[in-house]
Write a protein that binds this ligand. Structure first.
Ligand SMILES: [Zn+2]
Length: 361
């Protein structure tokens, strides 16, 4: 535990401030939820939840989420993924500071096919940097876990070299996190016997040796975690794999405790005790998507069931009572936001980050 309390200017945190925030999480024994967003409603729900819980947070966009921000009718889906991510990032830059919390801005899984998306985002990031003196995104995630370890690390090294000039960080993936995330990965990977679901500490050491000399990186290592929610018993979480990786890197390089900044993918539906254990081994970020998707949608279903006529008629066919107040999209979208915020209250509590914001007041 550190005694000197970290203070960071509220808003999107990047570069040295991002590293300070990661350190504050690890020193304080807590982690931040990394929440997938798809538009202003989900972004604002995350910002509101963070402010309400006096917690810092990570906002991330998958390629599909970014495409949705641009609009499903946007004429070019490749460009939509790029401009949608830029647009969402600009909204976060505009608003985060005024919510009074620290927000890490990140993109989610990009496999080999999606590397041109990342390159284009860095082109936009360079332009943003020239104007604002800070990067557009705090970090990008590159998931080349389907490639050989050799190819995964050499490509991540190439990309990190470019990111370093923008004060950015990279998140990499080693081993296969089971399940499917926005078309990346496959359900076929699921099964407790699949050794690929458990990253080898030697591979993590190789990643450290390759990337640490270049710049800052974080690692999503597989320890039996899966994307999405699956029937319990299909996979067994073994967070001790994370500890073994930390220990190997620490001993090999004579470093202090927990040298690696670790990320927990596929956190939805995980046992609380395993989450706490993973955090104790240096996990500072846990992705959450599936559970917040359900939390956003569930109250809308309930609301529609409670007000069925308002979703069939503008005015009541018998009483002529207008239903405008019920069907106004702000009414049910607000229910959705409130549902997501309630689920994030739980996420902050599970990760120990409630009340831990390092934003300067
Ligand atoms: Zn992953």
């Amino acid at each position: 535990m550190t005694q000197t309390s970290t203070q960071i200017k509220p808003g999107v945190v990047t570069g040295a401030d991002y590293l300070k925030l990661v350190k504050a999480c690890k020193d304080g024994g807590y982690a931040l939820p990394a929440v997938n967003v798809t538009g202003n409603n989900t972004i604002n729900a995350v910002l509101e939840a963070a402010r309400k819980n006096n917690a810092d947070v990570i906002i991330q966009l998958s390629n599909g989420g970014a495409d949705f921000v641009a609009g499903k009718g946007f004429p070019d889906s490749t460009l939509g993924k790029i401009l949608g991510a830029v647009s969402a990032a600009q909204h976060v830059h505009m608003m985060a500071e005024h919510y009074g919390v620290c927000v890490v801005l990140h993109t989610d899984h990009a496999n080999k096919k999606l590397l041109p998306w990342i390159d284009a985002l860095m082109d936009h990031g360079e332009a943003w940097y020239k104007t604002h003196g800070k990067p557009l995104f705090s970090s990008h995630m590159i998931d080349l876990s389907e490639e050989t370890l050799e190819d995964n690390l050499s490509e991540c090294a190439r990309i990190l070299k470019r990111m370093v000039d923008l004060d950015m960080s990279i998140e990499i993936e080693l081993g296969v996190t089971g399940g499917e995330e926005d078309g990346v990965g496959s359900d076929d990977d699921i099964g407790a016997e699949n050794p690929k679901l458990y990253t080898q500490p030697e591979d993590v050491l190789r990643a450290y040796d390759t990337l640490a000399p270049i710049g800052h990186f974080s690692v999503a290592a597989s320890f039996g975690n899966v994307h999405g929610v699956y029937a319990p018993g299909n996979v067994k979480l073994r967070p001790e794999i994370l500890k073994a990786s930390q220990d190997l890197v620490r001993k090999t390089h004579g470093l202090s405790d927990k040298p690696l900044d670790l990320v927990f993918h596929g956190g939805s539906g995980s046992e609380k005790a395993k989450i706490t254990e993973a955090i104790s081994y240096g996990v500072f970020k846990m992705n959450i998507d599936t559970d917040t998707q359900f939390a956003f949608s569930q109250p809308v279903g309930k609301y529609v069931n409670e007000n069925p006529k308002a979703f069939l008629y503008q005015t009541d066919p018998d009483t002529e009572q207008p239903y405008k107040k019920q069907y106004d999209p702000r009414k049910w979208l607000r229910k959705a936001e409130e549902g997501m915020i309630a689920r994030l209250d739980e996420a902050f509590a599970d990760l120990g980050s409630t009340g831990k914001s390092v934003a300067a007041k």
